[in-house]
Design a protein. Structure first.
Lengths: 186, 186
DNA sequence: CTTACCATGTAAGCTGTTACATGATTGT
DNA sequence: ACAATCATGTAACAGCTTACATGGTAAG
């Protein structure tokens, strides 16, 4: 049996407010998408499953004349399920897969100039992501001190600071490693 | 079509030396398992696929009287395929999934004492991992300067330093975040 | 003798991606 | 008109995990 993480991610998102499948798809393109995501095709299927498990309920909202938005709301059962899942500590850590580092493990088979190109590509992507995350942080929290952040925004704060910390560390390591590559003859 | 990453990971591992499916399974429990891994059930299937694609060849080695080890070796085609794959820059970054941070996004629904327990649990797991990685580094590279590391070991060096950097950053962020949690009333 | 490890494989089921398919709404 | 975005869904396939299944070897 799988761990049904998407199931609980959706329950969590619906705990903030009622949403459609389309809305949920959009959420995974925002900050939380740094740590979990899914495509709409999977989300619509999961929503049907949750509905049949009575963890969520459905109602229709109209967008204009004909366009139906199927809105979903947590049931009390769904809220209970979410709360139970949240407090269970995870005993093990999943492999945090990273194809760039996997490739680097086989660096012996990559020509030196190509190695530098791969590093620069990764540096550009990661730097752009970091800049985007910092901008998000500024827009939402500005110069606010963490102790003064609203309880409703605390989850958002942690997700953003974690994502920023992850990318900062990545970029720093890339810089250091590229320096080593450039200095070495191999 | 998928990206066939396991396929190339196996080709990469076989580029170092001939291995059995069991050996490859073992490799994914070592350092490279920090960035990619697979279970034996998947590996045996992938090896058959690679064999039918003529990217690897097979021979039998005996362990004792009756126990057969099916050894695999890169073919020249396989080596070419690997080298081609290695130099292609990845345009996008996959979501680096992390269930702990996902849960934290829904912190509003976790009682304060349980939040602290979750943090401490994560701190213990990550610290242990970091200690293990540092020990590995010491054993393999000791006080050696990066510019003096053997070309054969360079991939290993980058994978280990990246894993250490990742865990250091994670632990630091956990400490800072737990401080905030403890100071806040919510 | 018994435990841990070596060694390979299949089956069932769940998770996730890509592609196919359709139609409405909003802004230019 | 046209494009971008809103909105929902299914089908086929690929990736991955868990469980089932079997047997050999080495050390105490």
């Amino acid at each position: 049996m799988g761990k049904r993480i998407l199931k609980h991610a959706i329950l969590g998102l619906l705990s903030k407010k009622d949403m459609s499948g389309y809305d949920i798809t959009g959420e995974f393109k925002e900050e939380i998408g740094q740590f979990w995501s899914a495509k709409h095709s999977q989300i619509y299927i999961e929503l049907k499953k949750l509905l049949s498990e009575n963890l969520i309920s459905q109602y229709i909202e109209m967008s204009g004349e004909k366009l139906e938005r199927k809105m979903y709301r947590l049931t009390s059962e769904g809220k209970k399920e979410l709360e139970q899942w949240l407090v269970v500590p995870d005993e093990t850590i999943e492999t945090e897969k990273d194809v760039f580092i996997l490739k680097l493990y086989f660096i012996k088979h990559i020509p030196k100039d190509k190695v530098e190109a791969l590093f620069r590509n990764q540096f550009n992507i990661r730097s752009a992501k970091l800049a985007y995350l910092r901008e998000q942080y500024q827009q939402i929290f500005g110069e606010q001190h963490p102790l003064e952040i609203d309880a409703d925004q605390l989850g958002h704060y942690f997700v953003l600071t974690k994502a920023i910390s992850r990318e900062e560390s990545y970029v720093k390591w890339l810089e250091q490693s590229l320096e080593i590559i450039k200095k070495r003859e191999y």
